[in-house]
Design a protein around this ligand. Structure first.
Ligand code: SF4
Ligand code: SF4
Length: 386
C-alpha cells in the first residue's frame, strides 16, 4: 500500500498508530467498509461551569444534522472532561489548562464555536485557527464581544441582570439561535459505559433498594447562590413522608453537602441512603441513572438527571426558570415572589424564595413524577438500577 492509498480524511485515521477498525477487523484503507469521511471539522469551546458544559451538549444533535460528516473537537475545563467522555457526538475532548492547547496550535478548523463570553473562552476561540467563527471572541482591546448579530442578545443578557430576568427563551434554544441551527433542541447528552451502569446497579443492590421507587434528593447547589438550594427543614420533612410511603430515598451531593447530608441522615428515620459526597462525576451520573425521580435546585445534578431521562422536580429562586427546559420530564417549582431570577448570591427577603416553597408543593410534585415514571418506564426500557 502506498501513502496515496490512505484515507487521510477518515474519521478513524490516526497517523501515529493503526486505526481502531484496523485493530478490530484488520481492515486497510483501500476498499475499507468503515471509511467515514470527515467533511467539516468543528472546534467547540465551552470551558465551565460543569453544568453549563453539560447543558451545552444539547446543540450536538442539531449541529451534526446541519453538517453531515462532522468531526467535533471540544475544549473544556479539566474538571468537566468526564462529562464529555464517551459521547458519540464528540470525537475528541481536550482539557483547557490556561493556554492554547498544543494539540490545536497546528490545526485549522472549518468552524470554531465559542458559546461563552468569558474572557478565557473568547481568548481561546480567537487564538484557534478557523475558516468561520460563531459565538464570541475578543475584540482588538482584549474584551469579549459577540462575533455576529445572532450572538448579541445572549451577550447583552450577560451584562444585565434585568435583561436576564426578562428572557423567556431556554438556554438550548438560545444556543441554537446563536449557531443558526434548527431545533428542536435535544436534552443534554451524557453517555455511560456498560461497566459504569453496572457500578450504578451495584450501588442500588448494596443499598437494598430493588423493587422500590427511588427518589434522589440533591440537597445542595454549590456556594455561589445561597438560596438556590431548598431548606434543610423542607428536605427533612420530605424524607419522612417518602419513607413513610415506602419509597427509597437517596441523598445526593458533592463535597459541600457532606455536613448537610450527614445531618439529614442522622435526623431521618432508618432507611434513607446516603450516596456519599465524594463520588466521581461519572459514578454520580450512574447513581442518578438508577433513580425514578430527583428533587434538586438548578444544578449540575439537574442536567445529569435530564441527560439520563430521570423525572425531575426542580426548585427555582435566584436563577432563571425559563432558561431551563426539562424536556417534558418534570416540574419546575417556584415561589410567588416578585424578586425571582435576581442572580443575587444572598438576600434579606423573609421568607426567602426557598422558604416559600412548601413541603406539600414539593411532595405533590414528587408523587406526580413517580406516577409519570410508573406509566412511562417499561421494566426493560432502561438500564438503570435493574
Ligand atoms: S477505518 Fe478504514 S478507511 Fe478509515 S482509517 Fe481505518 S482503515 Fe482507513
Ligand atoms: S431576592 Fe428573591 S429570588 Fe433572590 S434570593 Fe432573595 S428571595 Fe430568592
Amino acid at each position: 500500500m502506498k501513502l496515496t492509498d490512505l484515507h487521510l480524511d477518515c474519521r478513524h485515521f490516526r497517523g501515529d498508530r493503526p486505526c481502531r477498525p484496523h485493530k478490530q477487523h484488520g481492515v486497510e484503507c483501500p476498499g475499507c467498509p468503515h471509511y467515514d469521511p470527515v467533511r467539516t471539522r468543528a472546534l467547540i469551546v465551552k470551558l465551565a461551569a460543569a453544568g453549563d458544559v453539560l447543558r451545552s451538549t444539547s446543540i450536538l444533535p442539531a449541529l451534526h444534522a446541519a453538517h453531515p460528516g462532522l468531526h467535533v473537537t471540544w475544549v473544556t475545563a479539566a474538571g468537566a472532561v468526564p462529562l464529555l467522555e464517551g459521547n458519540r457526538l464528540i470525537d475528541r475532548v481536550i482539557a483547557f489548562r490556561g493556554a492554547l492547547p498544543v494539540e490545536l496550535a497546528a490545526e485549522t478548523f472549518d468552524l470554531v464555536i465559542n458559546l461563552d463570553a468569558a474572557p478565557d473562552s473568547c481568548a481561546l476561540a480567537t487564538a484557534a485557527r478557523g475558516a468561520a467563527r460563531k459565538g464570541f471572541g475578543l475584540d482588538g482591546r482584549g474584551r469579549p464581544t459577540p462575533l455576529h448579530a445572532e450572538a448579541e442578545s445572549w451577550y447583552l443578557m450577560g451584562l444585565s441582570d434585568a435583561r436576564k430576568k426578562e428572557n423567556q427563551q431556554s438556554y438550548p434554544d438560545i444556543m441554537l439561535g446563536i449557531l443558526g441551527l434548527r431545533g428542536p433542541a435535544a436534552p443534554p447528552q451524557l453517555e455511560l459505559s456498560a461497566s459504569e451502569l453496572a457500578a450504578g446497579r451495584a450501588f442500588y443492590a448494596r443499598a437494598e433498594l430493588r423493587g422500590r421507587r427511588v427518589v434522589g434528593l440533591n440537597t445542595g447547589a454549590g456556594g455561589r447562590w445561597e438560596h438556590k438550594k431548598w431548606t434543610f427543614e423542607g428536605y427533612a420533612e420530605l424524607i419522612r413522608r417518602l419513607l413513610a410511603e415506602g419509597h427509597g430515598v437517596v441523598l445526593l451531593g458533592g463535597p459541600e453537602e457532606a455536613e448537610r447530608n450527614r445531618a439529614l441522615r442522622e435526623l431521618s428515620p432508618p432507611g434513607v441512603v446516603d450516596a456519599g459526597t465524594d463520588n466521581s462525576l461519572r459514578h454520580f451520573a450512574a447513581i442518578v441513572d438508577g433513580l425514578d425521580a430527583m428533587v434538586t435546585g438548578d444544578t449540575l445534578a439537574m442536567h445529569i438527571a435530564m441527560a439520563r431521562a430521570v423525572e425531575l422536580v426542580v426548585l427555582f429562586g435566584p436563577t432563571s426558570l425559563p432558561e431551563i427546559d426539562v424536556f417534558g420530564r418534570g416540574e419546575k417549582l417556584v415561589a410567588d415572589l416578585p424578586c425571582l431570577c435576581c442572580y443575587l448570591s444572598t438576600c434579606e427577603v423573609k421568607p426567602h424564595c426557598m422558604e416559600s416553597i412548601a413541603v406539600d408543593t414539593v411532595h405533590g410534585a414528587v408523587k406526580r413524577a413517580l406516577e409519570r415514571r410508573a406509566q412511562a418506564r417499561a421494566p426493560s426500557a432502561r438500564s438503570g438500577r435493574g
